[in-house]
Design a protein around this ligand. Structure first.
Ligand SMILES: *Cc1c(COP(=O)(O)O)cnc(C)c1O
Length: 375
């Protein structure tokens, strides 16, 4: 049985007539930049998040960078973020001229450890970007409380968490603004690069919109110098079709996750994801921890099962951040987990049979490991 990490073909097959019709409509209208499909998608995506505004952008990395710029973050500022994330989060910080300041992850939820934030706040700290990692919201009440006390703005990196919620509030409304990616493999994925921000602050939304469109809101009048980071009309049309299915797909992901967790519960040496009682987790990724990971991955690969690692090298140990001079050992949780975490196949179309086969193979592969769980 061949099981990929993500199966984009299975999803396209299930909605092909709707997608093809939406694409054809854009081709017929030839309004490829800022066409009506963009405005329609922005409206429905804002409604989905329960936010007042959404602005479509070229990708999630730009969403982060333009959000920081719109909030006035720049040279000599510091921005706090988690050390276990995709490099896009810290790249966006550096691109504004600011410096990323990393925090270790919580050993239960793998999101930013709120107990370790305050020790890293300096007079230069302007903002904090918590990541809703793997699809689970960060502890947003504690983060907002710390941010308010230190006059920092909160930007959600919601690239992996479309539709997740914390204490009943949807991701996208838990900070000053939220950044989304629609990279094809994300829970809501375009057929190319795409992204967005969502916020209740309409003035801020307009500022991001202006930055993404050469510094203008009107055709020939440029208030400032900006960037070119608009959402393509074609991608917007595709995203609007897919957004209508997102709730159902998210439920399937959650069902798949609970099937995994039930089947893996009997294996004492496999750590399964913990969902915080205040959160709903949308399972962009289903991440377990095991010992002797390379050997386990190899056994799964031989059985046709793809796995991933998100992420194998904590950011402070990446060559790109050598200049920050952060010694190994600075982030003990992230460093230890980096050698144990493993992402199992996760997508809505994954079948119960496939999950059973993955769990059987995984449990067998871990049998020769020590019986103690990785702590
Ligand atoms: C995917 C991702 C991004 C970047 O999104 P792109 O659309 O690929 O630019 C940012 N942060 C996180 C946590 C991501 O997973």
């Amino acid at each position: 049985m061949k099981i990929p990490l993500v199966d984009l073909k299975a999803q396209y097959s299930s909605i092909k007539p709707e997608i093809d019709a939406a694409v054809q409509r854009v081709l017929d209208e030839t309004d490829f930049i800022s066409g009506s499909a963009v405005t329609e998608f922005e409206k429905s995506f804002a409604a989905y998040c329960g936010a007042r505004s959404a602005v479509g952008l070229a990708n999630g990395t730009d969403a982060l960078q333009l959000s920081l710029l719109a909030l006035g973050v720049g040279k000599d500022d510091e921005v706090i973020t988690a050390v276990n994330t995709f490099i896009a989060t810290s790249e966006a910080i550096s691109a504004t001229g600011a410096r990323p300041v990393f925090i270790d992850n919580d050993p239960q939820t793998y999101t930013i450890d709120v107990k370790k934030i305050e020790e890293k706040i300096s007079p230069r700290t302007k903002a904090i970007i918590p990541i809703h990692l793997y699809g689970q919201p960060a502890a947003m009440d504690a983060i907002n409380e710390i941010a308010a006390r230190h006059n920092m703005v909160v930007i959600e990196d919601a690239a992996q968490a479309h539709g997740a919620s914390f204490k009943g509030k949807t991701v996208g409304t838990l900070g000053r603004l939220a950044c989304f990616s629609f990279y094809p493999g994300k829970n809501l994925g375009a057929y190319g690069d795409a992204g967005a921000i969502a916020t209740n602050d309409e003035a801020l939304a307009n500022r991001v919109r202006m930055l993404a469109n050469h510094g203008r809101l009107k055709k020939y009048e440029h208030e400032i110098e900006g960037y070119n980071s608009r959402l393509d009309t074609l991608q917007a049309a595709i995203l609007s079709v897919k957004l209508r299915h997102l709730r159902a797909w998210t439920e399937k992901r959650q069902q798949n996750a609970s099937t995994y967790s039930q089947l893996l519960a009997r294996a004492a040496n496999i750590v399964t994801p913990v969902v915080h009682p205040d959160s709903t987790h949308v399972f962009h990724l289903y991440v377990v921890r095991v010992q002797h990971r390379e050997k386990v991955q190899q056994a799964l690969k031989e059985a046709g099962i793809a796995t991933g690692i998100h992420y194998p090298i904590p950011l402070h140990m990446q060559p790109a951040y050598k200049h920050l001079g952060i010694p190994t050992g600075s982030y003990p949780v992230a460093e230890r987990f980096a050698s144990e975490i493993m992402s199992l196949p996760m997508y809505p179309e994954l079948s119960a049979d496939q999950i059973a086969f993955i769990c059987d193979t995984l449990i067998k592969a871990c049998q020769s490991n020590t019986t103690s769980k990785p702590v």
